[in-house]
Design a protein around this ligand. Structure first.
Ligand code: ADP
Ligand code: MG
Length: 696
C-alpha cells in the first residue's frame, strides 16, 4: 500500500496523546471504514472488539516477549529522524530494566514532541525482536502523566485493516457510543419478561468491559451480556422474514388456469412419459399443481433423495404454467446439469410444441441475443440455464414459474422470482439435501416443503465396496467385466479447484493411467477446465455408449443421468464430503442391474476418515447420511445457513442458540403487532439490506 504523506498537524492532540486524524485524511479513513462495512454509527457499535487489553498493567522492558503485546512506561533517551529508504522517527526508551526502540514510519510533529528527550511516556504495542534489541513499530503512545490514572475498563482491540489505526477506530466507536441516540427497540416490559439487559448498557459493556470481566467468555461470546445482541440479531431476521411473507402474499400470482389456452400440455406430458409416477411423485405433484392454481405465489421446496425423480415434477410444473399462457424458467447450478436438463426437457416438451431457450454464461453473442429476444418477446415459453438466467438483461415477457434445481441458495432463487414488486411468479425449488430442522423451524417458516420419500420401482440399492488403492488392479478387472457385459463405468477423481489447471492435469493423469491399464477400452475424460462444448460432446458420447469408461472430476456430481453406467469407482474417496459421495453414488443404480460403487481409499486412513467412509458404506439414505455427517462434523458448518444461502448470522448460532431463536420468533409477532414502528427501525438497524434478500 502506498504510504500517504503525513498531513501537517495543527497540533490537535487527543486525550491519549495520539494525534487526531487530520482533515485531509478523513476521506481516506472513511473509505477504509466502508471497506470494513462500517458506514453508520450503528455499524460501528456492532463492530465488536476482537479482544481486550488490560492497560492497567505495565511490563518491565526486560520482560518483554517478542510477538506479544505489552505496555511499558519509560523515559525517552534519544529521538531522531533517520532515513532508511524513507524518513522515519526512531526513539530509544529506557526504564529501570532495559532499553526499547520505538519506530514510527509515519509521524506527526505532535508525536515528535511527545518523544522529546527526557519525557516519560507509555507505549503499548506489539513487541518485535530486532537485531538491535526489542522494538515496537507504531506503538500507541501517550505521556505518562496523562496515563497515570488507571483505566477503569479494559481497552478494546478491534478488527481493522491496513492504514486504519486502532486509536482512531477506538475514538470513532467511542463517539458512536456516546452520541448515538440509542433507542432501545425492545420495549422495557418485553426486556423484563425476557430477562435481557438494556441495549445501551449492553453495547458499552461489550466495548468497554469492567476490568474483572471473564475476558475469554466475552471474546468467545459466551458471556451472558451477549444474549442481548444475539437475541436482537435473531429478532431482526424473524421480523424481516415475516415482512417478506406479508409482501409475498399481497402480490398477484400467475394462477394456472383451468380453461387454459393450451390446456392439456401437462396431461399430455404425463401420458408421454415412459413410466408411471411413483405414489410419492403423484402426491408431490398434487401439491405443486394445487399451488400453481392459487393466487398466492407458490414458495415450495421439493426434497427428495438422489434419483427420486424430481426432474419430472419440474417438467410437469413447467408444462402446467405454459399451458396457462405463462413462461417458465429452470435454473441449474452447473453448466453440465443445465445441459442435461435442457436435453431431457427438450426431449419431453418439444414434441408438445413448446419452445425452449438455452441460456448459459458461455453462449456466443448471437446465440445469446436470439435467446434473450425469444424470451422477451415470449415465443420461447421455457428458459433453461445456469446463473446466466438471473442477469438483469434477461427479461421475460410473462414469467409465471421459476424452478431452481439442486440449488441451495435461496437468495438466488428469490432474485429470479422477485423482480417485480407487484407480481411474483411461483417459485419451485428442488433439492436432494435435507433441510435441517432448526433452519426449517426458524427461517423457512415461509416455505412449504414436499418430500418425495420413495425411489422409482426396480431400483436396487447400490452395492458399496471399500477397497484400498493397493488393490487397484482388481478394480480394473471389474471394469473389464462390466464393459464385456455391455455396460459402462465412471471413474471419479477429486476436483482440485473448480475449472483450474491443477484439476485438469490431475484428471488427465488418471485418464492416462486408466487408458494404459485398459488399452482395449474406450476411455473418455471430463473435467471442469474443458470448454462447455467439449464437455457436452464427451457427455453425449458417454450417454450414447461410445465411451466405455468416463474419467471425471466431480463436475458430474449433480443430476447426470446415464442408466447404462452402473459401476462407479471413486478415487481418493476419503477426500470427498459425505454428501458428495452420496450424490455421486446416486448417478448409478438407475438401470435394471444392481449398481456397484467402489470407494478406493489411500492408506493409512485416519480414524475420522474411516468413520466417515463407514457411514456411506453402511447407509444409502441421504437423510441418514446427512444426519450422521452433521453429528461427526458438529453443527454450524455442514447444513448451515451458508449452504442454504441465507444471510449469515454474525453473532447468533442457530443450533446453539435455538432456544433464543424460538423466543425471537414469538417476540417478532408481538412486536409487529404492538410496536410496528420499533419493529421497522429494528430491521433497518440490523439488516439494512434485508430488502435485497427478502423483499427484492
Ligand atoms: P433426481 O431426483 O435425483 O433429480 P431424476 O429426476 O434425475 O432424479 O430421476 C432419476 C431417473 O429416474 C431419471 O432417469 C428419471 O427419468 C427416472 N424416473 C423418474 N421418475 C420415475 C418413475 N416414476 N419411474 C421410473 N423412472 C423414473
Ligand atoms: Mg436432479
Amino acid at each position: 500500500m502506498a504510504a500517504s504523506k503525513p498531513a501537517p498537524s495543527r497540533g490537535r492532540v487527543a486525550r491519549d496523546g495520539a494525534p487526531a486524524p487530520a482533515p485531509v485524511e478523513r476521506g481516506r479513513l472513511t473509505q477504509l471504514l466502508q471497506r470494513l462495512g462500517l458506514a453508520r454509527d450503528w455499524d460501528l457499535l456492532l463492530h465488536v472488539p476482537l479482544r481486550y487489553r488490560d492497560e492497567s498493567t505495565l511490563t518491565p522492558i526486560s520482560d518483554l516477549v517478542p510477538g506479544e503485546e505489552a505496555q511499558v512506561e519509560a523515559v525517552v533517551e534519544t529521538c531522531q529522524v533517520v532515513f532508511r529508504g524513507r524518513r522515519q522517527l526512531v526513539a530509544n526508551l529506557r526504564d529501570a530494566s532495559g532499553e526499547l526502540i520505538v519506530r514510527l514510519l509515519q509521524f506527526f510533529p505532535s508525536q515528535q514532541a511527545l518523544l522529546a528527550v527526557g519525557r516519560r511516556v507509555r507505549a503499548i504495542g506489539l513487541v518485535r525482536g530486532g537485531w538491535m534489541g526489542v522494538e515496537m513499530v507504531h506503538p500507541q503512545l501517550r505521556a505518562a502523566d496523562a496515563a497515570a490514572t488507571r483505566p477503569l475498563a479494559l481497552t478494546p482491540v478491534y478488527p481493522s485493516t491496513a492504514g486504519l489505526p486502532q486509536a482512531w477506530l477506538r475514538r470513532r466507536i467511542e463517539r458512536a457510543l456516546d452520541s448515538a441516540t440509542l433507542e432501545d427497540t425492545l420495549p422495557a416490559p418485553m426486556r423484563a419478561e425476557l430477562g435481557l439487559p438494556e441495549l445501551a448498557s449492553t453495547l458499552r459493556f461489550v466495548h468497554y468491559p469492567p476490568l474483572q470481566v471473564d475476558m475469554a467468555a466475552l471474546t468467545e461470546r459466551r458471556h451472558p451480556i451477549w444474549e442481548r445482541l444475539k437475541f436482537d440479531e435473531l429478532l431482526a431476521q424473524q421480523l424481516a422474514l415475516r415482512r417478506a411473507r406479508q409482501r409475498r402474499e399481497t402480490r398477484a400470482a400467475p394462477a394456472a388456469q383451468v380453461d387454459a389456452p393450451r390446456v392439456g400440455l401437462s396431461r399430455a406430458l404425463r401420458k408421454a412419459l415412459p413410466f408411471d409416477l411413483t405414489a410419492a411423485q403423484k402426491a408431490v405433484w398434487g401439491q405443486v399443481e394445487r399451488d400453481l392454481g392459487g393466487h398466492v405465489p407458490m414458495n415450495r421446496l421439493v426434497q427428495g433423495d438422489v434419483g427420486s425423480g424430481k426432474t419430472v415434477i419440474a417438467a410437469l410444473a413447467a408444462a402446467r404454467a405454459i399451458e396457462s399462457g405463462w413462461q417458465a424458467a429452470l435454473m441449474a447450478p452447473t453448466e453440465l446439469l443445465a445441459e442435461q436438463h435442457f436435453g431431457r426437457i427438450v426431449e419431453w416438451l418439444a414434441p408438445l410444441g413448446i419452445e425452449v431457450a438455452w441460456l448459459s454464461g458461455r453462449l456466443r453473442a448471437t446465440e445469446r441475443r436470439a435467446a434473450l429476444q425469444a424470451l422477451q418477446q415470449g415465443q420461447a415459453q421455457l428458459a433453461v440455464g445456469t446463473h446466466a438466467l438471473v442477469q438483469p438483461e434477461v427479461r421475460f415477457a410473462r414469467l409465471g414459474l421459476a424452478i431452481v434445481d439442486e440449488q441451495h441458495r435461496f437468495g438466488v432463487a428469490q432474485r429470479l422470482a422477485l423482480r417485480d414488486p407487484a407480481f411474483a411468479p411461483h417459485l419451485l425449488m428442488l433439492s436432494a439435501t435435507p433441510i435441517p430442522r432448526t433452519l426449517a423451524m426458524t427461517y423457512l417458516a415461509d416455505l412449504d416443503v414436499s418430500v418425495i420419500d420413495q425411489l422409482p420401482p426396480g431400483r436396487q440399492p447400490v452395492a458399496t465396496k471399500l477397497i484400498s488403492r493397493g488393490r487397484r488392479d482388481e478394480v480394473l478387472q471389474k471394469i473389464r467385466a462390466e464393459v464385456a457385459a455391455g455396460r459402462q463405468a465412471y471413474w471419479v477423481c477429486p476436483m482440485i479447484e473448480e475449472g483450474g489447471d491443477a484439476d485438469a492435469s490431475a484428471a488427465t493423469q488418471v485418464y492416462q493411467q486408466i487408458s494404459a491399464g485398459l488399452p482395449e477400452l474406450r476411455i473418455g475424460l471430463l473435467h471442469g477446465a474443458l470448454a462447455p462444448r467439449e464437455r457436452s460432446t464427451v457427455m453425449q458420447s458417454f450417454a450414447a455408449g461410445a465411451i466405455d469408461v468416463l474419467v471425471a472430476t466431480t463436475v458430474i456430481e449433480v443430476g447426470v443421468d446415464v442408466p447404462n453406467a452402473n459401476l462407479m469407482v471413486i478415487e481418493h474417496a476419503q477426500r470427498f464430503g459425505l454428501a458428495t459421495l452420496h450424490q455421486l453414488r446416486g448417478r448409478i443404480g438407475r438401470g435394471a442391474q444392481r449398481g456397484a460403487c467402489v470407494l478406493l481409499y489411500d492408506e493409512p486412513l485416519s480414524e475420522v476418515a474411516r468413520e466417515r467412509l463407514r457411514i456411506v458404506f453402511d447407509s444409502d439414505d441421504g437423510f441418514e447420511i446427512a444426519r450422521l455427517d452433521l453429528k461427526l462434523r458438529g453443527p454450524g458448518e455442514f447444513l448451515g445457513a451458508r449452504q442454504w444461502g441465507l444471510p449469515l448470522l454474525r453473532f447468533a448460532d442457530l443450533e446453539r442458540d435455538s432456544a433464543l431463536a424460538e423466543r425471537a420468533r414469538e417476540v417478532a409477532a408481538t412486536l409487529l403487532r404492538e410496536h410496528p414502528q420499533a419493529a421497522q427501525r429494528h430491521v433497518q438497524r440490523w439488516l439494512p439490506q434485508a430488502s435485497d434478500f427478502l423483499d427484492a
